[in-house]
Write a protein that binds this ligand. Structure first.
Ligand code: PLP
Length: 377
């Protein structure tokens, strides 16, 4: 990425960390199948197993709890489909889950209920407690941090309710990992989804972490890789790179505090000119800012920012490239602001200058839009 442009779209994909790139290239230089018994095969196996330990360490679990998959989407799908095979009779998801969870839950064919969030974007635990009183083993899916607002969810409290009801809890930690400390046991999760490209690793690799109460079922048939849970020759280079990214992300978590500082300084500038910060007042990821300028459509904002050399996102990145009103902001009861929501997300390589330039670009565009609106009025 050229330094002339400003990239503040880490929640879509974070730039690859140098250590992850090095691990990727080095693994690609001596390809071998980890199932081969010769020396090269054993070296590839060693890369995979070392990465498994690094990814496990990122969330405080032993290596054996980690199953490598193709990304966050597959990790979520594997968790939900495994829970169905394990006998859950219904699913509860939060209103702000990523499509990877929402669509898989719908496709499961199981009765599905949606847990509401309040105006800050935090799930309603009283609603959950009541919903869990209904009969039937329940899978609850609650993300740790939202991809659009960065709002962190009370997963440990939800877990206490789910356990009391003898249900299962799946946590999508794709956005949280590498940005805040994540402790699988403290969260009380049964399964947890991770994705390498959100924390400075490559795209197309992720992991499902499973605790002792969960059974991970085989949904892709073939060889016995990943202890029979996920057939197919391992993406050795991707996995090695994921391991390196996980290690560096864990070692450098403290540096996220400065992102929060710069993010908050930007928020102050925007608010002073009439923008509304979504989820402000809730615990949030340190590097995510979601805000809306009324009357300034998300798509137009993204285009204006892009012309100014600043890359940000309107809500969640949509594979079709089409920008829709933010479903998350709507769930927060702010349908009035949903068409105007913009997400700015930094990370390991973002500088204070990046955040300042983002503010300059947005405020200049906001001023132009305001002048135009005044002309029309
Ligand atoms: N879950 C959340 C919260 C996400 O933000 C994303 C990606 O945007 C995913 C899951 C999907 O991850 P992946 O792109 O690795 O499939």
């Amino acid at each position: 990425m050229s330094r002339a442009s400003v990239y503040l779209d880490y929640n879509a994909t974070a730039p690859m960390r140098p250590e992850a790139r090095e691990a990727l290239l080095s693994a690609l230089e001596s390809p071998a199948n980890p199932s081969s018994v010769h020396a090269a095969g054993r070296a590839a196996r060693d890369l995979v197993e070392r990465a498994r330990a690094e990814v496990g360490a990122l969330v405080g679990v032993p290596a054996g709890s980690v199953t490598f998959v193709s990304g966050g989407t597959e990790a979520n799908a594997l968790a939900i489909e495994s829970a169905k095979i394990a006998g859950v009779q219904r699913i509860i998801i939060s209103a702000i889950e990523h499509d990877a969870v929402t669509e898989t839950a719908k496709a499961s064919g199981l009765p599905l209920e949606v847990m509401p969030v309040d105006s800050l974007g935090i799930v309603d635990l009283d609603w959950l407690a009541q919903a869990l009183e209904k009969p039937g083993k329940t899978l609850v899916c609650l993300m740790l941090a939202n991809n659009e607002t960065g709002v962190i969810q009370p997963v440990d409290k939800a877990s206490a309710l789910v356990r009391a009801a003898e249900g299962l809890l799946h946590v999508d930690a794709v956005q949280a990992a590498g940005k805040i400390a994540v402790d699988f046991s403290a969260l009380g999760a049964d399964t947890l989804a991770l994705s390498a490209h959100k924390l400075g690793g490559p795209q197309g690799v992720g992991a499902l972490v499973a605790g002792t109460r969960a059974t991970v079922s085989r949904r892709q048939h073939g060889g016995g890789q990943e202890r029979g849970r996920r057939a197919g020759t391992e993406n050795v280079a991707g996995i090695a790179s994921f391991g390196a990214a996980a290690r560096v992300a864990r070692d450098s978590l403290a540096s996220m505090a400065e992102q929060a500082h710069w993010r908050d300084a930007l928020a102050q500038r925007l608010k002073a000119q009439g923008a509304v910060v979504l989820g402000e007042g809730a615990d949030r990821l340190p590097q995510t800012l979601c805000f809306a300028g009324e009357g300034f459509g998300s798509e137009v904002q993204v285009m204006n920012m892009d012309l100014a050399g600043v890359m940000v996102s309107a809500g969640s990145a949509c594979s079709s490239g089409k920008v829709k009103a933010s479903r998350v902001v709507e769930a927060m009861g702010r349908s009035d602001l949903a068409p105007f929501a913009l997400r700015v997300s930094g990370g390991w390589a973002s500088t204070e200058d990046d955040w300042n330039k983002c503010g300059d670009a947005w405020l200049a565009a906001w001023k132009r839009i305001g002048a135009r609106r005044r002309e029309v009025a």
